[in-house]
Design a protein around this ligand. Structure first.
Ligand SMILES: CC(C)(COP(=O)(O)OP(=O)(O)OC[C@H]1O[C@@H](n2cnc3c(N)ncnc32)[C@H](O)[C@@H]1OP(=O)(O)O)[C@@H](O)C(=O)NCCC(=O)NCCS
Length: 323
């Protein structure tokens, strides 16, 4: 890995502020999720703006210039618009060359997916520096009348520069990604695609907002994240107890606590920032990884495990030997 950076919009929205909009309370949100506040982008700040800011931070950390980037992949489920891709919009904002730019939709597991795609394309030999960005403006698809979902999510972005590294056994060791589309209905946004193009009825029915069956999602998330983590560790002959730091998708503290118990790893190996950002979907993993790194919680030679789960359903894990 060549560099990492993240960005969250400055506006903080507390649980108390949400309790003035929907029938909820700070106590309920904290007890059920661990979330205290989230960041919300303003109207003039698009998903691509968040992603571009995170990317600039990652490029500064990697000490590379825009002309050195030869591949851009973005993970988002809240693109600026259905097309062109948010990657193409960010390409222009960053002043990148005419390199391949594309989006991948794998919801909250999106960053794990683009890490794998980016690594595979670097391995193929045609690229040297890949910029991978997870960015979300989830506030744009929240139903601010639905207390069961609007309290859970926030806006943000994180980015990594993947650099071709010939040193064996260092950097990203491997990724396992998977999906089960049969369970797609438990977390989706039904309106706005070719199945339900926008009409007065779809708008009045609030079909253009995120819908979730929270309890079902919770159960599957715990099971598949643990399975995926164990799979990537076994593939690389690393025992769970040898992992130094686990960056879990920051959706709900209770999900992370269950994974910690099931894997037999103490919670102090799991950096947490969902209390301050909520669930930022594809931005969640790079935002938490960047913070943990800057706080000195990840050191050279550490095994770092990333695990995520999202709509699709999609999930995945990445094992990194940090250097
Ligand atoms: C959403 C979630 C926090 C709900 O927690 P829960 O313990 O399952 O709560 P329930 O859905 O059973 O709801 C319990 C009660 O709280 C109410 N409730 C729901 N949201 C509430 C809120 N924001 N404030 C107050 N009460 C709320 C429900 O209406 C329900 O009331 P009832 O018993 O009178 O029907 C939890 O299911 C969850 O985190 N699921 C995973 C979601 C997730 O991570 N999604 C992203 C995946 S990438």
């Amino acid at each position: 890995m060549g560099g990492i950076g993240s960005y969250a919009p400055p506006q903080i929205v507390s649980n108390q502020a949400l309790a003035k909009i929907v029938d909820t309370s700070d106590e309920w949100i904290r007890a059920r999720t661990g979330i205290r506040e989230r960041r919300i982008a303003n109207n003039g700040e698009n998903c691509s703006d968040l992603g571009a800011k995170a990317a600039r931070a990652a490029m500064a950390h990697a000490k590379i210039d825009p002309e050195d980037i030869d591949l851009l992949i973005v993970a988002t489920m809240t693109p600026d618009m259905p097309f062109p891709s948010t990657a193409c919009i960010i390409q222009t904002k960053l002043g990148l060359r005419n390199i391949p730019c594309f989006d991948i939709v794998a919801a909250c597991a999106g960053f794990i997916y683009i890490l794998d795609v980016g690594c595979q394309m670097l391995k193929s030999g045609n690229y040297r520096n890949a910029l991978v960005i997870g960015c979300e403006k989830l506030s744009s698809i929240m139903d601010w009348q639905d207390r069961t979902t609007c309290v859970l999510f926030g806006d943000g972005a994180g980015a990594i520069i993947l650099t071709k590294n010939e040193t064996a056994g260092l950097g990203i060791l491997g990724t396992c990604i998977a999906a089960n589309g049969a369970d797609g209905k438990i977390l989706n946004m039904p309106g706005g695609g070719s199945n339900e193009p926008a009409t007065t009825e779809t708008v009045l029915d609030r079909r253009h907002y995120l819908k979730m069956m929270g309890k079902e999602v919770f159960k599957v998330a715990v099971r598949v994240m643990e399975q995926s983590a164990l799979e990537v560790l076994a593939t690389h002959n690393v025992k769970p107890e040898d992992v130094d730091c686990v960056i879990s998708h920051q959706a709900n503290i209770r999900i992370i606590e269950l994974i910690s118990t099931r894997m037999g790893l103490p919670m102090d190996k799991f950096p947490i920032n969902l209390d301050r950002y909520g669930n930022t979907s594809a931005a969640s993993i790079p935002l938490a990884l960047d913070e943990a790194y800057r706080e000195g919680r990840i050191k050279s030679g550490n095994y770092v495990l990333l695990i995520a789960f999202g709509a699709g359903l999609t999930w995945g894990s990445t094992l990194i030997k940090w250097h």
